[in-house]
Structures are given as C-alpha cells and as structure tokens.
Design a protein around this ligand. Sequence first.
Ligand SMILES: [Zn+2]
Length: 163
Amino acid sequence: MSVQNTREVYASLKKIISGSKFSLAKQGECTSSFQTQAKAEAQNRSCGDTLFLHWQVNSENQCRVAYSGDHCALCSASAEVLCEWVNSSIEQFDQSLSVVESVAKSFHTIRLSPDSTPDERINTQIPRLEVIQQCVAHMPSRAECAALPWKAASQLIGERPHD
Ligand SMILES: [Zn+2]
C-alpha cells in the first residue's frame, strides 16, 4: 500500500494499533502467563514518548518480546511491527542487531530526504515496516517516534539473559 496524505497516515497507524498483539497495556500484565526477564527503556523528549521493551518467558520456556509505556500512535505502531517481526523468529533475535540498528537509522534517513527510497532489503524482510516508513516520510519531524522501539530493541539484545 502507499500512503498519500495525513489522513491516510493516521488510518494506517490506527489499523496496525487496533490489531496489536504485543502491547502489555492492552493485555494487562497480570493476566499474561509471560513474565518479564529483561527490560529496555527508550525516551523521545521531542514528542514525550517513553517505551519499554520486555523480554518475556512463560512457564513452558517460550520467549517473546512485548512493549509498554506512554507513547504516541506512530511509536505504538512501530513497536507493534517490531514485535511482530521479532516474535516470528525469536530464536534469531540475538543475531538481528545489525538489522535493528539499520531500521532505526532508516527513519532518520527518511527524515532528511523524505523522497528517498528506503532500503529494499529491510522492506522485504520485515512485514508492514514499509507502512511505518511511509508515515515518517509524511511526518519527517516524527522520525524519532518511529525509531524509538528499534533503539530499545538494540539495547534489549545486550540486556536479555542468556542461557
Ligand atoms: Zn511520538
């Protein structure tokens, strides 16, 4: 899909957030069988976003990454896209540092030149990332909102417990 205007930007973000599977605020942390083992925090002062990314494990030793915090729609949607991608191949999370860092960087590249073509390798690997990149191209001043979850992810890779 291609985002054409601000209204469509918000509609596409809303679509991602309304189907969110990895927001702890939506699930209620108490009702989840997953427990947080490690947590990374990232802040964006220009918008007021605070995002926590959680490395969680349940009693069957299954792992997942989830998010919480107080953040805007663009940050939430970007976190959802990140978690969806990480959780689909969680065993490769530790090896994904360079991809995570290059995605965070890509939002700043888009901010500086909104008409640039985002890295195609990143686009094809991560479902729905293109939607977030298109939103940033329409709202370049909000690049940091989109980058925040990916910055937290690069921290989390270093902080999570290893077995
Ligand atoms: Zn924001």
